[in-house]
Design a protein around this ligand. Sequence first.
Ligand code: DGJ
Length: 687
Amino acid sequence: MSTWTLPTASGSYVVGFAPDDQGLVLHHWGGPTETEPPAPSLPRRAASFVRDVDLLPMEATALGTRDVHAAEIVARRADGVRGLRLSLAGEVEHRVEDDGGTWLVCPLADPVAQVAVELHLRSHPSHDVITKWATIRNDSGHAVELLRGWGGAFEAPTGEGAQVEVRTGAWSRETTASVVDLTAGTLSVGSRQGITSHTAAPVVTVRPRGVPDGDAWSVALAWSGSWRLAVDVVMVTGSVRIAGGPDDESGVLTLRPGESLVTPTLAGLWAHGDADVVANAWHAYQRTLARSTGPEHRPVVYNSWYATTFDVRLEHQLALADVAAGLGVEVFVVDDGWFRGRTSDRAGLGDWEPDPAKLPDGLAPLADAVRERGMRFGLWVEPEAVNPDSDLYRTHPEWVHHVAGRPLRTLRNQYVLDLGRPEVEEWVSGTLRQLLTSADISYLKWDMNRAITDGGQRTPGGDDWSWRHTQAYYRVMTMLREELGHVTVEACAGGGGRIDLAVLEHSDVVWPSDETGPRDRLAIQHGFLGVYPSWVMSSWVTDEPDVLDAEHASLDFRFVVASAGVLGIGSDLLGWDAATRARAAEHVTRYRRTREVVHTGQLHRHGTPAGRAYGVTYTLGDRAVVLAWRRDGGALAVTLPGTDPAGRYRIVWGSGQVEERTGDELLSGLAVPWSWGDCDIAELVRL
Ligand code: DGJ
């Protein structure tokens, strides 16, 4: 056999042998094909100065095999053998998995360097997604440095150049989408911070230039340390090559004789349609990563951080819990400030015991009292962090990331523990185990509040610090799943600093941003929902004024924004009067009644948050939820995909006003009546 087809839900991914046994090349990635896609051929003008393999859409290649265009593996053996000249090292294995997915394994090797690369491709039959990764093994007697150790590339036939959608940002404005018109060269996004970062999200979407709603190819990297994704225009063949993996500027992975590693997975999605089609296709695939998407691991949260900051006191927390319970909150979370010495952000991180001055009898009385009020109890931790002013740092100063000979630098007054050191990983796992079994705790918010600068250890070497740290982070998260499966884990990194496919797999919900000002939040959520799903998008109602988004927005507006994901409340509830509490309870009740639609329905975004009116709708079978916002008297009419023209629908608006409409009428647009002036919400059900 010389070609292999990996069927996807509505198309296929077809690969065949590259010339001279140099690996696999892509024949087709996209929709259905009537005939067998031919092997890629090169135009005549490609003949000079390059070899075929320099231009062909190789599935994975190495510098030394391909030298003119980008390659995914750049290796250097300690004795001076540079690069890898890869060729087939055995039969390509093709198997159909129990779930109907196809798995292809292609063994490659360089007999001179004595390095083996096993390329894995897998299709997911209910999705138009291919995942790809590689195992790289050093069979030589010398150390091999991987200056770049990526698991392969995806090549998209976009024509000359591509329109590339990336998500970049900063703290408080994460996941801002922009479209780059890439006509030549390489577009590169990434993080050198040891975490996924607020700066860029590891997912890019490419389309033919000027065609915003046709074929789209989107590639996401499942990696939560330093990373890079590169989109490279291959001028001659009319395609773009998308590859990525651990950052190749700030890190080097070393394989000692006999060692191997498995690269992070790249997921490649093909879709046909606009940005919402791509979004829904990603969400559907991401459902396969989640352990569950039901309400059990995405409860309505009350988090007391904004109400109390570091001033955590039992009676005060219980007073808040009393109100939260009355609102219909399902889990009460005590954020930063509960542990020994934590009176400000200058001290305490690392000393994960209840502060005796604040909680003299420990956490159990607080957790039990919260339980008695009908809620679960949750706790904030930042296990990778340590303040210089902590017993942990005084005892183990050698545990922090630290480049040999350089003075340490703090950010938010803290250092980062080198989780890649086995003793640190063991300590973090043990501490979490002990903490989570010390009281009735079933929700954990895992925070990480600084970029890792000066990664590594005091001793020479250690260029793989981000790799080791990230692998250990996954192991600890896996331990939580396996040993403490009842605990819901919220992943946070000073807002949305660590969100990617791997985090989605290891956690239940994520905190997209510290910015909760509702207009800013809409923009962040708009970008977030384009690549990540509503059922992980933790979103809180907080008090006014917001520091960054100071313009007034009604309580309803803030609730409607937060109801687009996993609703939470972060306000000082003791400052809410009876009317505010009653209105909030109505919102929570409505949200709990409709969240199944929000969390499992199809997303559609209407307009942009920067416009005068904007809406997000979720549709699930015969039900729909409409969430809409406006400013300056803007108007909005939404159409709901999937509406049956022959159907009859009942619509209940936020004001309680009820309408009935035929599907035909709905298809010409449902005008939002703006129940609360600046926003509205509607529940639709087919009669
Ligand atoms: C940053 C988080 O994003 C906030 O929600 C809060 O938990 C603070 N850290 C606490 O220090």
